[in-house]
Design a protein around this ligand. Structure first.
Ligand code: 13P
Length: 338
């Protein structure tokens, strides 16, 4: 294992003024996104859509890395260049989702553990050959009156660390993603407590399994009120609670923290990130690894119509540019209208 090269990949994933595009929706998930724009989810439509995103003009000014799905890393641009090679040629690091989704935990109603460890070492070697230099594994933790259970947190932290160690052994940077879901009526304090407990368990397991912390990127949720909470915390409150939680639980050696958007609107996700960076400097880069918050607008503008591709690329670049400004705390909501 070459630790210094893992660290330099991680550093380029969290490079200043840029962030990561999560375009790794599984076939069922992209099917739901396409259904929302009345577009059939065929392999060809999925290639057209991903090609649109990855070939947007000047994309590498704002995007440092792209997370791909298994099908996508085997697809090519319209001119026949494999997507991973195309991205690499632009200085964008290609990554790959390697988890196999979630399964219910016996005796823990409503809770899941993420699967995909069996055979992962061989899959990582193949993805490296295909050009991937980082990977993603998403663990899911739900909040309710009596969730999460200690067992759910422990099982997911253990699997995340097993995955992370296997990635580093294969010279691939692991994105470690423990997502505490926004679903529910809980308040921000409860999200703070659960996120803290989850991060503590995750870093304890990463240490147990000797994962090099300077060769990972953490992808957490923000500390935020539940989607259906009676009174939702405002932007500065979310920003300061999130920074407090991370400062207490994330070691300084971690090069960067790349947030998921998790169901926030595009505008909220950008505003929260900007507000956190305004509070800096922080020991780690604070950046984005958004799926929905980067893609909602371009997806809608495209709507499966060839004639809309250019406008969809403009919408994607606009969103990416606003998030790039949020990397230095320089986003303002008035910029949405410009
Ligand atoms: P969202 O930003 O849509 O939450 O997706 C990020 C992601 O990669 C979830 O695993």
């Amino acid at each position: 294992m070459d630790l210094s090269s893992l660290n330099s990949i991680a550093q380029s994933m969290v490079a200043p003024n840029k962030g990561i595009l999560a375009a790794d929706e599984s076939t069922p998930t992209i099917g739901k996104r396409f259904a929302s724009i009345d577009t059939e989810s065929t392999e060809s439509n999925r290639q057209i859509y991903r090609n649109l995103l990855f070939t947007s003009p000047n994309v590498s000014e704002y995007i440092s890395g792209v997370i791909l799905f298994d099908e996508t890393i085997r697809q090519s641009t319209n001119d026949g260049t494999p997507f991973a090679e195309h991205l690499t040629s632009l200085g964008i690091v290609p990554g790959i989702k390697v988890d196999k989704g979630v399964k219910g935990i016996p005796f823990c109603d409503g809770e899941t553990v993420t699967e995909g460890l069996d055979g992962l070492d061989e899959r990582l070697d193949e993805y490296y050959e295909l050009g991937a230099r980082f990977a993603k594994w998403r663990a899911v933790i739900s909040i309710s009156d009596d969730l999460p259970s200690k067992n759910c947190i422990r099982l997911n932290a253990h699997a995340l660390a097993r995955y992370a160690a296997l990635c580093q052994q294969a010279q691939i940077v692991p994105i470690v993603e423990p997502e505490v879901l926004m679903d529910g009526t809980h308040d921000i304090d409860r999200c703070f407590d659960v996120t803290s407990e989850v991060l503590q368990e995750v870093f304890a397991e990463l240490n147990n399994q000797q994962v090099a912390l300077n060769g990972i990127v953490l992808k957490p949720n923000m500390v935020i009120s539940g989607m259906d909470a009676a009174n939702r915390a405002d932007i500065p409150t979310v920003a300061s609670a999130t920074v407090k939680c991370l400062s207490e639980n994330v070691p300084d050696e971690v090069p960067g923290i790349a947030f998921l958007s998790g169901g926030q609107t595009s505008e909220e996700a950008t505003a929260h990130l900007s507000s956190m960076n305004e509070m800096g400097p922080h020991p780690w880069q604070l950046t984005f690894s958004y799926g929905r918050a980067l893609q909602a607008e371009p997806l809608k503008v495209w709507s499966g119509v060839d004639g809309n591709i250019e406008a969809a690329q403009e919408a994607f670049i606009k969103r990416s540019r606003l998030n790039s400004l949020a990397r230095t705390g320089n986003y303002h909501p008035q910029m949405e209208e410009a």
